[in-house]
Design a protein around this ligand. Sequence first.
Ligand SMILES: NC(=O)c1ccc[n+]([C@@H]2O[C@H](COP(=O)([O-])OP(=O)(O)OC[C@H]3O[C@@H](n4cnc5c(N)ncnc54)[C@H](OP(=O)(O)O)[C@@H]3O)[C@@H](O)[C@H]2O)c1
Length: 314
Amino acid sequence: MKQITLQQEIKMPALGLGTWKAQGQEVVHAILEAIKIGYRHIDTAMIYDNEVEVGQAIALAIEMGLCVREELFVTSKLWNDRHQANEVLPALEASLDRLKIDYLDLYLIHWPIAFKSGVILPETHEDYLSLSEAPLLDTWTAMQHAQSTGLTRAIGVSNFTVGHLSLLESCSSMPAVNQVEMHPLLTQDKLRGYCKEKGIALTAYAPLGSTDRAAGMKSSDEPNLFDIPEVQDMAQRYNCTPAQILISYHISRGDSVIPKAVQHQHLLDNFMAAQIALSDRDITQLTALDKAYRFINGHFFDCPEKGYDWVFSK
Ligand SMILES: NC(=O)c1ccc[n+]([C@@H]2O[C@H](COP(=O)([O-])OP(=O)(O)OC[C@H]3O[C@@H](n4cnc5c(N)ncnc54)[C@H](OP(=O)(O)O)[C@@H]3O)[C@@H](O)[C@H]2O)c1
């Protein structure tokens, strides 16, 4: 498996397993299957409400002799209600406690948006903290402190735009990773350019269009990435599936990608996709499809009363 080299020479497998929306025994089974296939990178988050099961799967895999902890790259994320400086380390410790592991490989600030302590999903503007009440710079400094304890090897962010990242430029280190939505309809060229310059690795989420989101999170006219003619044409030429083209796109471009799957054939196909190397011409053709289209559009966190206009407009 191709590895991405993060700051401090930390290696991250370019393909990881996403686990959002995978719950209970389904996620335990999927992770065990994935590890048997060869996956070594798992992405979870406090808000996915599956850290306990992800931890169970990791423990089982180790017990079964499928891998050792050091071979795994485990990511989790700080939820929006734990942005205040004194809350970051306890939140990381709570994730480790649920996962029943001693350290994370990567801990991310999930969104550049803060809620009041204990607010999981805000209902009114009073549930938010403005960025002057909970500055990203302070949260990032607390993340750096958390990293210095050894409880996470690397730290990073998610859903940060160039505007958010530039707020951190005065810090002693920039994020190792920025995890963002990315696919041929959202190629993130400006953000990629900035991140490349600053040594920040990009990880693509929702690479297949996040088709299993709840209906309430979808718009009625959502495009289907599998139906894009250029993707279908490449699938024929490379003798693979459209999903495999969509996954290999990121790895061929030098980024990492974390498709979510629980079905055995999907787990297998996605792992094999990491072996497909798209030509520069095909990468260019897919990148030209960009429409700045977001499946996860972030409008659910709009809160002008607390200074949060659209999160991705920065
Ligand atoms: N940082 C963030 O804010 C953020 C936001 C969204 C996602 N993420 C992370 O990124 C991961 C991936 O994103 P996502 O879960 O939203 O969506 P996704 O990976 O784009 O799509 C998942 C859907 O694609 C299906 N699928 C997987 N492999 C397939 C294949 N080879 N052929 C056809 N269908 C296939 C899955 O089916 P089955 O499950 O039935 O196999 C599932 O329904 C998440 O799980 C999460 O870890 C992070």
